[in-house]
Design a protein around this ligand. Sequence first.
Ligand SMILES: Cc1cc2nc3c(=O)[nH]c(=O)nc-3n(C[C@H](O)[C@H](O)[C@H](O)COP(=O)(O)OP(=O)(O)OC[C@H]3O[C@@H](n4cnc5c(N)ncnc54)[C@H](O)[C@@H]3O)c2cc1C
Length: 380
Amino acid sequence: MFLASSGIAAAGFVLGGCAARGRPAGIPPRAPVRLAPVHASWERIIRTTVGLRPHRDGGFVLAAARLNDKLIIHNYGHGGAGMSISWGTGAAAADLALAQPVRRAAVIGCGVVGLTAARQLQRRGFDVTIYAMAVPPDVTSSMSLAGFTPTSGLIEVDRRTPEWDAQFSRAAAIAYRQLQLLVGAGYGVSWLHQYAPMQEIRPPQTSSDRPNLEAGLQTEREVLQPGEHPFPTKFAIRRTTLRIEPSIYLEALMRDVKLFGGAIVIRKFDTPRDLAAIAEPVVVNCTGLGSRELFGDTELVPLKGQLTVLVPQADVDYQTSGGVNLPSTPGIGIHMMPRGDGIVLGGTSQRDVWTMEPDDAERKRVVGGHIELFSRMRAR
Ligand SMILES: Cc1cc2nc3c(=O)[nH]c(=O)nc-3n(C[C@H](O)[C@H](O)[C@H](O)COP(=O)(O)OP(=O)(O)OC[C@H]3O[C@@H](n4cnc5c(N)ncnc54)[C@H](O)[C@@H]3O)c2cc1C
């Protein structure tokens, strides 16, 4: 099973025992939360996008290797968590690069993983050139829902080792702090409330004796009781979380790379031998799913994800995770993320599916589930 890879778990709504008990007797109810419902309808769809998350059952690869006279640092395989943790894996990759005395580095890949690795290298004094066959908005990172989901689709629970956990925790903590410092219109990073409508509050999932990887990476959750929220379910769980708007964020990162003297060159590499032709003595490999072909890593598989986007709605300033638990919304949980470029509806993950064609059945499930949720929501 993927770690926190589906539904409510993906959004981190596994409840602790305290929250599961609800409000203690004698505490007065909160004033009802008022929210503008999303105008979810088939007529308001403006696009459907597909992206292939670069997943490895054994988790991301962060390691140094030698290729002739070059130091190669691998930094790929971030699954459904690349937007969340890449500042941290980029910091670790840049620290590994310090082993090479010449402060000139190539980064292969211009998705979020390559861009943040490039910035971390620049902060350590490297001259950086990014080489990539595609740049935003034509990369997986641009197709992301881009919530702060540091463990989503990242590693199979039974593949975790204490060393991998420690590496993850260091990276995720750096990334969580860095994203907080980027909050503002310039980077398209912001805090917002996330609501998970629920018919029942489930007991905590304690199936594993391993440490909770999300500890310290989330704000506290609140259980909203009947009458305190507008959703057509008995309860709603509320938490404050980070949102990233990829179209703003990735452009800003490209601007910063150039501002600090970096260059971005469009170039495809077919074999590792091609890397020998570039001048830089350090190469940081951030090719995501491309590492399967380029470096023969057959453990990499796509988790195909699809987003359907509705006309933007400025009055929607909250995220939702989950539907109304009716038979019309089976499978993995659905998610709504409001952004300047549209109301984004997601919640699909198809393992080892390589086609970039939208899947109509998944589109019906995700859009239909949201139409049902928002049509039954109490208007403010
Ligand atoms: C629908 C969906 C929802 C998601 N939701 C979230 C979320 O809520 N939170 C979250 O954190 N993450 C989420 N993700 C996952 C996240 O988007 C990925 O983990 C992240 O984008 C991976 O970044 P990357 O830089 O490794 O890959 P990419 O963005 O794919 O970048 C790879 C780069 O490498 C280049 N490249 C590849 N091969 C070669 C080659 N041979 N030669 C030259 N260049 C090459 C490409 O051109 C590209 O520039 C989601 C993804 C999808 C699809």
